[in-house]
Design a protein around this ligand. Structure first.
Ligand code: AMP
Length: 399
């Protein structure tokens, strides 16, 4: 399905192979330099290990966080080089430079032996990275002979270390990008039915494209999270102080109409967990969706909704989930999201979680292994589900 060159299209033996990976991992807020979650590092291992076994000289590059074009030590990749060494069981040479590429880095690359692995410093230490600057792209490309994009999480961006470099070297996608695109691509193009999608999160405006695209493909859409209240308001319901995007009410009405025309079931919450405020010790109450008091906020789906959504999910053959059902970061409002994670784990079919908060919820709940695919890219998977072309993939040579 994917018409791009892959790792199988090249002979990597002795070749300096520049690999863009997504090591944009969350760091611990309590302890500086401690990695909070290494899922993204582990997701890059199949490509790195393959290249090592092929005898490539592997030069990895990634960004982490938002250092805003400066060598900010908070975003130093040194701890990542160390974790990667542990995971690979071999030394990763950290080619540290405040400007990412300099003479020291160039000689470090020249000293690499076949099968060695090196990591450059955070590409966002250079402001040119996010501008897809041609000069910075050239500096990076000059380090390698072949380029591999395995950073799915940044593929929706056109930056120097992905799009810029791929225009200057022979290029391929890595295993992670290939897997992400294959699994999600198949679900969208040729899903086993029933096909159910669950959408949540804060804003309708962030998900318009996804809803529009999925409405043409799915049998059922379950809408939860803060975005559900704009739909409920459009139905004339009193939503109290729940999240509302006034300027999207009309659009919500249109989307519900479109669903009806297409024969797509669009289900909204029938009950909610309400409170005065978002706080761990907030006093909560469960109410029917018609009974939200004017001064309260609805902050999670209620148990009846969780049951109805679960029933729709467990009977599905393809499920795509993006966005939490409530303010799941705060305990009293987390149950709805975890109920959905649990429902997905019970599905006898293809289950896909589109990164970001829902991926985190699945990970916390311990269900990641029970699902077909948990995407490593929140923004990238969202754009893919919208049907958009991802520039970081588009820039790779056609097969
Ligand atoms: P998104 O980035 O659009 O997927 O939104 C995720 C955020 O939506 C999370 O931080 C949740 O806390 C928030 N959220 C989910 N449901 C609600 C709700 N009912 N009210 C307010 N915020 C919500």
């Amino acid at each position: 399905m994917l018409n791009k060159k892959t790792l199988k299209d090249f002979d990597f033996k002795g070749k300096k192979t520049l690999v863009r990976v997504d090591f944009n991992v969350p760091m611990s807020k309590e302890e500086e330099g401690k990695i909070a979650d290494d899922v993204r590092i582990r997701a890059a291992l199949p490509t790195i290990e393959y290249l090592v076994n092929q005898g490539a000289k592997v030069i990895l590059m990634s960004h982490m966080g938002r250092p805003k074009g400066e060598a900010n030590p908070k975003f130093n990749l040194a701890p990542i080089a160390q974790r990667l060494s542990e995971l690979l069981g071999k030394e990763v040479k950290f080619l540290d430079s405040p400007v990412v590429v300099d003479d020291g880095v160039r000689s470090g690359v020249e000293a690499l032996q076949d099968g060695d692995v090196a990591l450059l410093q955070n590409t966002r230490y250079r402001k040119e990275e996010e501008k897809n600057d041609p000069e910075f792209s050239k500096e990076l490309a000059a380090l390698g002979e072949i380029y591999v994009n395995d950073a799915f999480g940044t593929s929706h961006r056109a930056h120097a270390s992905n799009v810029g470099v791929s225009t200057l070297l022979p290029s391929a996608v890595g295993y992670l990008v290939q897997k992400e695109l294959d699994v999600m691509g198949k679900a969208l193009a040729d899903p086993e039915r029933p096909f159910v999608s669950i959408l949540g999160g804060a804003k309708v405006s962030d998900k318009i494209g996804v809803i529009q695209n999925l409405l043409e493909k799915v049998d059922t859409i379950l809408v939860g999270g803060g975005m559900a209240y704009t739909f409920l308001k459009a139905q004339g319901k009193e939503i109290g102080r729940s999240l509302l995007e006034e300027d999207k009410i009309e659009l919500a009405t249109e989307l519900m109409k479109r669903a009806e025309e297409k024969g797509v079931k669009l289900l909204l919450p029938v009950d909610a967990v309400i409170a005065d405020e978002i706080a761990a010790d907030a006093v909560t109450e469960i109410v029917d969706i018609d009974s939200i008091p004017a001064e309260k906020q609805a902050l999670d789906i209620g148990p009846k909704t969780a049951e109805i959504f679960t029933e729709a999910i467990v009977g599905a053959k393809t499920v795509v989930w993006n966005g939490p059902m409530g303010v799941f970061e705060v305990k009293p409002f987390s149950q709805g999201t975890f109920a959905i994670a649990e429902a997905l784990a019970k599905v006898d079919g293809v289950t896909i979680v589109g990164g970001g908060d829902s991926a985190l919820a699945v990970e916390i709940a311990g269900y990641s292994d029970k699902l077909t695919h948990v995407s490593t890219g929140g923004g990238a998977s969202l754009e893919f589900l919208e049907g958009k072309v991802l520039p970081g993939v588009d820039a790779i040579e056609n097969a």
